[in-house]
Write a protein that binds this ligand. Structure first.
Ligand code: SF4
Length: 230
């Protein structure tokens, strides 16, 4: 597949930082959150409260640092061989010839989501949207993250090609989970995004996980009133 570095977009939006919530932008008048937050939301919503509303900062874990090192290496290798293009041209050209890109930005202001797709394959008959994760377990949170990328891509393009969401074991070519982005999946992820919007506008409470194993490995546990020490 031809490698394309997507670095231009036709549309421009009015963007402001949210005055109180770190990481939230107000885009076209609506709270817009990074799609990667769906991963945190599936782990424990209270982490988002502590990090983004209370502003608590913690050091990155060794796993996080290792993951971002691999990510950056792959990104640098890709950029050496890829030719630059706009998002719109890439979508159009891929209807004839397959191409792939990395770190592809997607945004859906009407849904209030934005993010970077780790890797996207645009083929004449299908679009495959891939998120790289450590390990080989498809968690609800990671599936939701990649489903939201599919939703944002669809909302930007109205592409009628088949869209697939996939999770890949980081640093390998092993796609350990793949799913067709059906209307049912689309409705389900819209429901989850709506819940996130409710947390951010204060109409829904941030619910802490009840799973003590998650709390034990949580980097916010020192600051969390819901953490129960053994
Ligand atoms: S300690 Fe537990 S409840 Fe508190 S933020 Fe972490 S995972 Fe959530």
């Amino acid at each position: 597949m031809e490698q394309k570095n997507i670095n231009e977009y036709e549309k421009e939006y009015s963007i402001k930082n949210h005055p109180d919530i770190k990481g939230i932008q107000i885009i076209e008048g609506k709270n817009n959150f990074p799609i990667s937050w769906l991963n945190k939301q599936g782990y424990c919503e209270y982490q988002i409260y502590l990090e983004s509303i209370k502003g608590i900062e913690t050091a990155a874990t060794p796993e996080m640092t290792h993951g971002s090192d691999i990510h950056n290496q792959l990104e640098n290798i890709f950029k050496q061989d890829a030719t630059p293009t706009s998002f719109e041209d890439a979508v159009e050209a891929s209807k004839e010839n397959a191409l792939m890109s990395r770190e592809c930005f997607v945004i859906a202001p009407e849904l209030g989501i934005r993010g970077y797709i780790d890797e996207i394959w645009m083929k004449p008959d299908e679009i495959v949207i891939i998120d790289d994760k450590p390990g080989r377990t498809p968690y609800q949170s990671t599936m939701n993250q990649v489903r939201a990328y599919c939703l944002a891509y669809k909302s930007m393009t109205n592409d009628e090609r088949l869209i697939k969401a996939a999770l890949r074991e980081r640093g390998t070519s092993n796609l350990f989970w793949i799913e067709v982005f059906t209307p049912e999946v689309e409705n389900q992820i819209k429901f989850t995004i709506d819940r996130m919007q409710g947390l951010l506008d204060g109409t829904k409470p941030f619910i802490p996980t009840k799973n003590p194993n998650k709390c034990r490995s949580c980097r916010y546990k020192r600051y969390c009133e819901h953490y129960k020490r053994d």
